[in-house]
Design a protein around this ligand. Structure first.
Ligand SMILES: NC(=O)c1ccc[n+]([C@@H]2O[C@H](COP(=O)([O-])OP(=O)(O)OC[C@H]3O[C@@H](n4cnc5c(N)ncnc54)[C@H](OP(=O)(O)O)[C@@H]3O)[C@@H](O)[C@H]2O)c1
Length: 256
């Protein structure tokens, strides 16, 4: 199977890194030369990865095509590309809905929307896909955990929560900076904070069936965790998290 990527930015890089370290059987990966720096790096990683400058040529050469460009670029270029019925097209573009993708693509190809996140490079994390598709599910299960979603409106809720990646990293950055200001060396501060949150995340994954209980059990009565969570609640930290989620969701709903 030949895989083609239109747009070689951060998410393509992560997905391709995942693919080449996985058991996925592919004969070739063709990538566009934009971004030039990333595509050069990737082509050096594996001899089965090659750069093709012309987007249309990538499509003509591959059975599976991944759309990994920004929404603005997607709206401009997808309608100018010629697809065939045999193509499986996987769009990573978060704000272009299925109806519009179909309009741009014109032919009755298989179209699936997917939202992978950068940890896919480590073959970790959920990959929500819409609509359900057996082959695409199997493919992404080599790279993490595929979550099939039956209706697009519901899928937007999952897309919304995946926007909490940068806010999560901002928490790591803020706490590292706090330690640095207290005199801890940058390297030690960042290593400490990231390993703390890796451990907490892994532990929470083992206990995911009851998160409310996990919050409760993580607090000693009158202890430090109890103080932190109470103060953050009072400050509106979690209420604002919900507010932001609603605002991202409403943006996704408005997108065509
Ligand atoms: N990053 C994530 O975690 C993530 C997760 C899920 C979904 N997504 C979605 O995936 C898409 C890409 O995100 P990204 O973070 O990878 O963005 P990105 O790093 O900005 O990558 C977009 C790439 O598209 C290239 N490009 C621009 N015009 C092009 C054209 N005419 N033909 C081919 N390539 C072109 C850009 O190249 P130049 O640099 O040369 O302009 C750039 O390398 C977005 O729609 C985003 O919503 C991203």
């Amino acid at each position: 199977m030949k895989l083609g990527f239109i747009g070689t930015g951060e998410i393509s890089k992560a997905v391709i890194q995942g693919i080449i370290s996985s058991k996925i059987k592919f004969s070739k990966i063709y990538i566009s030369n934009r971004n030039n720096k990333i595509s050069k790096q990737l082509s050096k990683l594996n001899k089965k990865i090659s750069i093709i400058k012309d987007n249309q040529k990538i499509i003509d050469t591959c059975e599976w095509v991944f759309l990994a460009i920004t929404p603005a670029v997607g709206k401009k270029i997808i309608k100018e590309l010629k697809f065939k019925k045999k193509h499986t097209i996987i769009s990573f573009i978060s704000t272009i809905k299925m109806k519009e993708l179909k309009k741009f693509i014109k032919v009755k190809a298989t179209i699936v929307r997917a939202i992978p996140l950068p940890p896919i490079s480590l073959k970790k994390g959920p990959i929500p896909i819409y609509p359900p598709n057996k082959k695409v599910k199997r493919f992404f299960n080599y790279l993490g955990t595929t979550v099939e979603i039956k209706n697009e409106a519901l899928s937007l809720n999952f897309w919304t929560t995946s926007s909490m990646m940068a806010p999560f990293y901002e928490i790591l950055y803020t706490l590292s900076q706090w330690l640095i200001k207290k005199g801890v060396k940058k390297e030690s501060a960042q290593k400490y904070i990231t390993s703390l949150f890796v451990a907490l995340s892994e532990d929470s994954f083992n206990k995911y069936s009851d998160l409310k209980k996990l919050v409760k059990e993580s607090q000693t009565p009158k202890g430090l965790n109890e103080q932190s969570v109470k103060e953050l609640r009072k400050l509106g930290f979690y209420r604002d998290l919900n507010k932001t989620a609603e605002s991202v969701l409403s943006r996704l709903k408005k997108a065509k």
